[in-house]
Design a protein around this ligand. Structure first.
Ligand code: BTN
Length: 317
């Protein structure tokens, strides 16, 4: 959708009838141009009635992710101020990385209705059918070195869990950042960092949330929001997550990650449970005791020793 089509859409989102003449005046275009943008919107699934004398009225909005729809719910200061919505792409993380390399500004969000090569953690793929999931990536340019960013991935989980709770969905977090409803995964998060040892160039935070449906082929039991009676538009959910992300990131920038990690502890479904851990070098079992101030998992082994896991997969036994 081009910028003027988006402006026409914003004018209609009030739900009140808008005359072609008034919109043309406000946007500085001709009435014929307004009509062309209305036709484009109809082609995108927006139902717009036109009545002589009354003008155009938006009667049905598709579950789309355009900025104008998201910004109805939340006007971000930074995260999601600019939103690029693609109908499809390989991976939103890869698309956003290309823009980051070209100098895109921090806070840029890129969404897609469909991904062909969605990426998951530890080299896995992330499958989602068209329109069923909320798939997006956010560009961050934190002024912290990579060594101080380990907690960022837990922070992202907290942000999603809190946003969904605000929308009435009871969520829990499995270390490091999987969002669960009951015993089933509803959302996965992939943080990819670019930089040097002492300097972070950027972080791409990719989030895949099952909204209307979920893949059957996933290795683990999954669910979607609709299965739990949550029937919010993807734009509304995205707005809630961006707001929560912006809020939680402010703790990180203020050097108060500990506040977020305390929230993670309270939301965790992992701590105190018997778990199996698989890292790139080993697999072992134990009881999840706590997380370190950096967000690594502390596991108590049977022999009384403790292991600290910075990266790995956890399954709850
Ligand atoms: C996981 O393995 O749990 C993380 C999955 C992350 C998937 C999301 S979907 C949007 C973004 N783009 C990608 O290619 N991956 C992430």
């Amino acid at each position: 959708m081009n910028e003027t089509t988006a402006l026409v859409l914003s004018q209609l989102l009030t739900g009140e009838p808008r005359s072609g003449e008034a919109m043309a005046r406000e946007l500085g275009i001709s009435r014929a141009a307004v009509w062309k943008h209305i036709t484009t919107l109809r082609g995108l699934g927006y139902e717009i009635c036109s009545a002589t004398g009354a003008g155009y009225t938006l009667t049905l909005c598709p579950d789309a992710l355009h900025a104008a729809l998201v910004h109805r719910y939340y006007l971000p200061e930074m995260i999601g101020k600019t939103i690029i919505s693609l109908p499809e792409c390989g991976s939103t993380n890869a698309e956003l990385r290309a823009r980051a390399e070209q100098g895109a500004e921090a806070g840029l969000v890129l969404t897609a209705d469909e991904q062909h090569t969605g990426r998951g953690r530890r080299g896995r793929t992330w499958v989602a059918a068209r329109g069923e999931a909320l798939l997006f990536s956010t560009l961050l340019r934190p002024l912290l070195p990579p060594s101080e960013l380990a907690g960022l991935t837990l922070l992202a989980g907290v942000a999603v869990a809190e946003a969904l709770r605000a929308l009435g969905v009871e969520t829990r977090l499995k270390w490091p950042n999987d969002v669960y409803i009951g015993g089933q995964k509803v959302c996965g998060i992939l943080a990819e960092l670019s930089g040097e040892l002492d300097h972070t160039s950027y972080v791409i935070l990719g989030i895949g949330l099952n909204v209307w449906g979920h893949p059957n082929c996933s290795q683990q039991s999954s669910t979607c929001l609709a299965d739990h009676g949550a029937r919010h538009s993807r734009a509304r959910i995205l707005a809630a997550i961006l707001q929560s992300l912006e809020h939680n990131l402010s703790y990180l920038t203020a050097g108060k990650l500990a506040v977020v990690l305390d929230k993670w502890r309270a939301l965790s479904n992992t701590l105190g449970r018997e778990i199996s851990v698989s890292t790139s070098t080993e697999t072992f079992t134990g009881v999840a005791r706590d997380i370190t101030p950096e967000g690594a998992l502390i596991v108590a082994l049977k022999d009384g020793q403790e292991k600290v896991v910075a990266a790995g997969d956890v399954s709850i036994r």
